[in-house]
Design a protein. Structure first.
Length: 451
């Protein structure tokens, strides 16, 4: 961008003063007595027109139109030498007059990065803190310590420059409590944490201050949901407000969804209801270990109690004869769980020992699954981090896979070969902190082990 359009610098600002960013830029404008020749002129002078992002080169001037010339063509005495001869002939023939023009710029003209680069101390300019995750109307920032003294300024700029954002918060510390909820500070906007978020074809409502939601996992949510088959049973051990469970249930997967946080459980149930997925989802508010251990019995009881899940299919169209195509979808409840989801990457692997003897400590369940002709062992999808030291050589993906595999087989107390595991890199949370989803079929020796 031309230096004329650079943002004014105002370092040392404690509170945002938008008037500092008011600025006038000296340009030249070609004024047309007859606007019908604007198109012809711009075609002839396409390389001499103002070309600045988000700035229109055709402007209203007095009672007619004008065309702004390139910002380096700004001398009223010498501009003709920069224009092609065809343009000069056109100007003379049709009374097109070139005159000085002052373009007024203000705070609204520049992007968030431009403003922040102009107001933050020079020692902080190597990385602009304008990135955030969005949940509904909330922008969630994770400011490094050196940026925190400028949090209110940064928050106000983010609020101003993103029309869908109404609240800006900063994460104060790492997630250390059992509910995965972090303390946060309101930087700018409304003190309103009740969110409505749309994802995976579903609407989610939740309180961002009391539950966990990570918009950066949207792709991972979609990936796993896509592999769940309608009519199968999925057990979501750490379901949160339902980003895996609700869309899966909506597409006809039977879901046992659990979360330890009572607030998450409340919104999980509400989200299943508002997305018309309640028939296919059973929610629980249990400790993860207890849920894993009891999940086969929970399904056994659901199957014995109801046998089938029925959901009315509502057609959006009516037949031409006026009759409805509405009907009832009836799905038999299976006797075994096909997939487990364990999205608690900081500690999911620690829970894997609960799968030892999954089917052996309940005789009714064990007999039921052994009698099922179509029985298959469940696939475990466990999310985890595999951190490594900043000052050590970066390990290969193969080495990271080996490390994760070693942790898993130690927990399940069975030497399942690494070839039986699939490793999906979800994202890098930090340069030395990759997040994986590891999927493997629970070995029969583990599932039926007598304990």
């Amino acid at each position: 961008m031309s230096s004329k359009f650079l943002c004014p610098v105002a370092r040392g600002m404690k509170e945002l003063d938008k008037s500092v960013f008011e600025k006038e830029v000296d340009l030249l404008v070609a004024k047309f007595s007859n606007p019908r020749y604007v198109g012809e002129f711009t075609k002839v002078c396409k390389n001499q027109l103002l070309n600045v992002p988000n700035v229109k080169h055709i402007v209203k001037i007095e009672n007619t139109k004008g065309v702004l010339l390139r910002d380096d063509i700004d001398d009223i005495d010498t501009y003709k030498s920069s224009l092609p001869s065809e343009a000069l002939e056109l100007m003379e023939a049709h009374g097109i007059e070139v005159r000085p023009y002052k373009m007024k710029l203000d705070y609204d003209f520049w992007k968030a990065d431009d403003i922040l680069q102009a107001i933050l101390p020079t020692e902080l300019l190597s990385e602009s803190p304008s990135g955030f995750a969005q949940a509904g109307h909330i922008a969630h920032m994770n400011l490094r310590n050196e940026f925190k003294p400028y949090g209110a300024l940064i928050g106000q700029v983010i609020l101003d420059k993103n029309p869908t954002i109404k609240t800006v918060v900063d994460k104060l510390d790492t997630i250390s409590n059992k509910f995965r909820v972090f303390d946060m500070k309101l930087l700018a906007g409304k003190n309103n944490f009740l969110v409505e978020q749309h994802e995976s074809g579903c609407k989610f409502r939740f309180d961002f201050s009391t539950t966990f939601w990570n918009s950066r996992l949207n792709t991972e949510h979609e990936r796993l949901i896509s592999i769940f088959n309608p009519g199968d049973v999925v057990a979501d051990v750490f379901a949160g407000v339902g980003p895996f469970a609700v869309p899966a249930a909506k597409k006809g997967v039977l879901v046992l969804a659990n979360d330890l946080n009572p607030e998450s459980y409340k919104y999980l149930s509400e989200n299943a209801s508002i997305n018309h997925a309640s028939h296919f989802l059973k929610g629980y508010n249990l400790d993860g270990r207890e849920f894993i251990r009891s999940s086969p019995r929970l399904l056994f009881d659901w199957n014995n109690r109801e046998g089938f899940v029925e959901k009315r299919k509502v057609s959006k169209r009516r037949r031409t004869d006026g009759t409805s195509t509405d009907g009832v979808l009836s799905v038999k409840i299976p006797t075994f769980i096909s997939q487990y989801v364990m999205n608690l990457p900081g500690s999911s692997i620690d829970f894997l020992d609960e799968f030892i003897g999954l089917y052996s400590h309940d005789p009714d369940v064990e007999q039921c699954v052994k009698n099922a002709e179509d029985f298959t062992l469940p696939t475990i999808n466990v999310h985890c981090f595999e951190k490594y030291a900043h000052d050590s050589p970066e390990p290969t993906m193969e080495e990271l896979h080996r490390r994760v595999h070693a942790r898993i087989i130690e927990k399940i107390q069975f030497p399942a070969p690494i070839e039986d595991f699939t490793f999906h890199l979800v994202r890098k949370v930090a340069p030395t902190k990759p997040m994986f989803c590891v999927s493997f079929i629970l070995p029969e020796e583990v599932a039926f082990k007598k304990v």
